[in-house]
Design a protein around this ligand. Structure first.
Ligand SMILES: [Zn+2]
Length: 403
């Protein structure tokens, strides 16, 4: 208690100073997050915002990042910060003896690891703890990425459309930023449609009326199609998306957030920590192993589908926090995406999907100063994203690890 108080007091003057004096960051190249590369540019930050991008780079720099590329903080559209391994080295469950404080500290550690890896905004498909986490991070009391959350998912396939509509209204009133729906089963259970078309129309229709976005877990082509036709805004996963559903998403301006690697390899690498819990069994792991090449081929078709907006989301669970960019590395190396498109999927396009493009996702005057610097040039070598040495969020420097 006492040490937390001292920390808060010590941090206060730095924030005040930062707000008065403009900060100038110069780098070998600046990626604006919308696909443009500005060699040798400088970015001016005042308070929590970017005020100027100077292509000449002539202004005296506060941070002269030689050998580095400056880009917008990355946006992960799907991350579960509350998922962690407990002190027995197992995937945390409600009845494993961990106290709520231990769980929250583990969540804070995940948030910190995520921010240090260059992710300055995450969207959480939902956990009640997200509400406080979002507030503490937003106040600058706990270091972490901005949190956009559904607070809880809707997965009960037996509920009537009226009940589902009422839950959507309640979630919004409770402060949810987005509504998360399970339209299909888990990939470990085959991924078939679980909610009816009518239920999906009730949820996504009500959300639309209230002006709140919907993100839908959907694997089978039928479940994706039903969700898109129901007016939902964003499709998650989509391992079994076919050409028709990819085209349909593009036509209806639905954002698509597939995963081809990190979520699967993380489960497989940490198998012993998950095995025996729920559907984390022999068949479940076999299904995930099998999904990797299928998802990769689907991703290759997705990025070639005209007009389809493919965004970056990792579905980071316990074991994956802080390694989020591995999904981008895979998308380029195994999925054939160009590095600049992969970066844009995690910046401007991700912000647009969150309807936050006026605040984040690009390096432009008036936007939040969410900036990261990586060693090298990620437009030539995507693995440069693994070398995040500088992180600023909302004008505040959280990491400056340059040698
Ligand atoms: Zn998820």
């Amino acid at each position: 208690m006492r040490s937390l108080f001292l920390l808060a007091v010590a941090a206060a003057p730095c924030v005040a100073q930062m707000q008065n004096k403009p900060i100038v960051i110069h780098a070998d190249r600046v990626l604006d997050g919308r696909g443009k590369v500005l060699p040798g540019a400088s970015v001016v930050v005042e308070g929590d915002k970017i005020t100027k991008v100077d292509p000449s780079g002539d202004v005296a720099a506060t941070y002269d990042l030689k050998g580095y590329t400056l880009l917008p903080g990355l946006i992960d559209a799907h991350s579960h910060l509350t998922w962690y391994f407990n002190r027995q080295g197992r995937f945390h469950q409600g009845n494993d003896g961990d106290t709520p404080v231990q769980s929250m500290l583990s969540t804070a550690a995940n948030a910190y690891a995520t921010l240090m890896a260059g992710i300055t905004t995450i969207q959480s498909p939902g956990s009640p703890e997200d509400k406080d986490l979002r507030e503490w991070i937003a106040n600058g009391q706990v270091p972490g990425p901005r949190v956009i959350t559904s607070l809880g998912p809707l997965s009960q396939a037996r509920m009537s459309p009226d009940t589902l509509r009422a839950i959507v209204r309640r979630r919004k009133a409770e402060g949810a930023d987005v509504i998360k729906v399970f339209a299909s089963g888990s990939i470990r259970d085959g991924g078939e449609q679980t909610m009816t078309d009518e239920q999906l129309r009730a949820i996504c229709g009500e959300a639309k009326t209230l002006g709140i976005r919907t993100m839908v877990h959907a694997h089978s082509a039928a479940s994706i199609k039903a969700s898109v036709l129901a007016g939902c805004d964003q499709i998650e996963h989509g391992v079994f998306a076919d050409a028709e559903t990819l085209k349909l998403m593009a036509e209806r301006h639905v954002y698509f957030d597939p995963q081809i690697c990190l979520v699967f390899t993380n489960y497989l690498d940490n198998r012993a920590k998950y095995e025996g819990i729920g559907n984390y069994n022999e068949a479940g792991f076999a299904a995930m192993q099998k999904a990797i090449p299928i998802a990769t081929e689907m991703f290759k078709r997705a990025i070639k589908t005209p007009g389809l907006k493919v965004i970056f989301g990792t579905d980071a669970v316990a074991g994956a926090h802080g390694r989020n960019v591995e999904e981008l590395v895979c998308r380029v190396q195994a999925g054939g995406q160009s590095p600049i498109d992969a970066i844009t999927s995690a910046t401007a396009l991700g912000a647009e999907a969150l309807r936050m493009d006026k605040q984040i996702g690009a390096i432009a005057p008036g936007l939040q100063a969410d900036l990261i610097a990586v060693q090298g040039d990620p437009t030539k070598d995507i693995t440069a994203l693994r070398r995040v040495m500088f992180v600023m969020k909302g004008g505040r420097v959280y990491k400056n690890d340059r040698p």
